[in-house]
Design a binder for this molecule. Structure first.
Ligand code: HEM
Length: 324
């Protein structure tokens, strides 16, 4: 917080959304929160540093993918760096797996986690659910679930602040649907249709994976009259499809009401990808987002700062938590 005025304070939202996303995902994976909570400590510090390195290199463009001769020289040292981060991540995740194996030593809340469920599967299918596979699954969840969610939240807040009438309507919906003395909970989200339309419209205009992940054609095929040989890297520009005037009315305007009919948007809207390799986190996010930045995800170039004031319900909830 930079300044405060009449209960309002200027808040840079990105780090908060990022920490929130990491904590939610790590609670799912291991039952721990590494940001601002009781599990901070040395382990939390190590995790935060690892994640920073992982994200820096996960989004790095490797010129050798396009000019294979560069692979001979490990141009820019990207492979060496990736191997070193991979080793550190491997040892960190192995520590978490070993800890969860010894269930007696961990807190009750950590026993209902992705790792603990995968370890149960390991007992019945040890050849498939090896530690390597579990570490791989956890890594892909960490990479896929955290930055995308934080960036989507930041874009959603930007859209709301740039469209006060939409913000007012969203607030009115929340106030009409929810008990004023309760914080919002997961089951409430299904009743908040306007809020869901706001998230869809944000994902349409600012898909956090604008080019999805690179796909590889398994065979020769033809797309829109273009011949594509097997084994070719294909990049789908979801950002362009979702702003294409052929498919969308007034495509660059932020209009959540375009989703009011509830009809399926088919492949016009694909912020979570399409087909067999589409994002498995889509339902998690739907339950729960100017200029664009660069990288694998599409953050704002200028981080969002907003004047924020806690609603009375938050003050009540915090005092209750502090007293407990
Ligand atoms: C707003 C949030 C999110 C967005 C916009 C998003 C978007 C995407 C996109 C575009 C892909 C690539 C799909 C393709 O290339 O066809 C993907 C893959 C993936 N996402 Fe998400 N994602 C989000 C949140 C999550 C969450 C919360 C999780 C986990 C709980 C998750 C886990 C994954 C995984 C594991 C993959 C790789 C799937 C595969 O390769 O088979 N994502 N996501």
């Amino acid at each position: 917080m930079v300044s405060s005025n009449g209960g309002f304070a200027k808040v840079e939202l990105r780090p908060m959304f990022s920490e929130l996303s990491f904590n939610i995902v790590m609670r799912m994976v291991t039952g721990k929160s590494y940001y601002g909570g009781k599990d901070g400590g040395e382990e939390g510090k190590e995790f935060r540093e690892l994640m920073e390195e992982m994200f820096e290199y996960a989004g790095a463009l490797n010129p050798a993918d396009f000019l294979p001769i560069l692979k001979w020289f490990d141009y820019q040292g990207l492979v060496k760096r990736a191997v070193s981060i991979g080793k550190k991540m491997d040892s960190f995740l192995q520590g978490l797996i070993d800890e969860q194996r010894n269930t007696a030593a961990i807190a009750e809340e950590s026993r209902n986690t992705i790792i603990s469920h995968l370890l149960v599967l390991q007992q019945s299918q040890p050849d498939y659910y090896t530690d390597e596979i579990i570490k791989g699954l956890v890594t892909v969840i960490l990479l896929g679930a955290t930055d995308t969610s934080a960036v989507t939240l930041e874009w959603t807040m930007s859209d709301l602040l740039n469209h006060p009438s939409v913000l007012k309507k969203a607030r009115a919906e929340i106030e009409s649907v929810l008990d004023p003395d309760q914080l919002m909970d997961e089951p409430d989200l299904s009743k908040l249709h306007y809020l869901q339309n706001i998230i869809l419209e944000t994902l349409r205009l600012y898909p956090t994976g604008p080019l999805m992940l690179p796909h590889l054609s398994s065979d020769d095929c033809t797309v829109e009259g273009y011949h594509i040989s097997g084994d070719t890297m294909l990049i789908v520009n979801a950002w362009a499809i979702q702003r294409d005037p052929k498919y969308w009315d007034d495509p660059t305007s932020f209009k959540p009401k375009r989703f009011e009919s509830g009809e399926s948007m088919g492949s016009k809207l694909m912020p979570f990808g399409w087909g067999r390799r589409a994002c498995p986190g889509e339902s998690t996010i739907k339950k729960l987002t100017m200029r664009d930045g660069k990288g694998l995800t599409m953050p704002r170039v200028v981080p969002l700062e907003a004047m924020c004031k806690a609603r009375p319900i938050f003050n009540k909830a915090f005092s209750k938590a502090a007293a407990a």
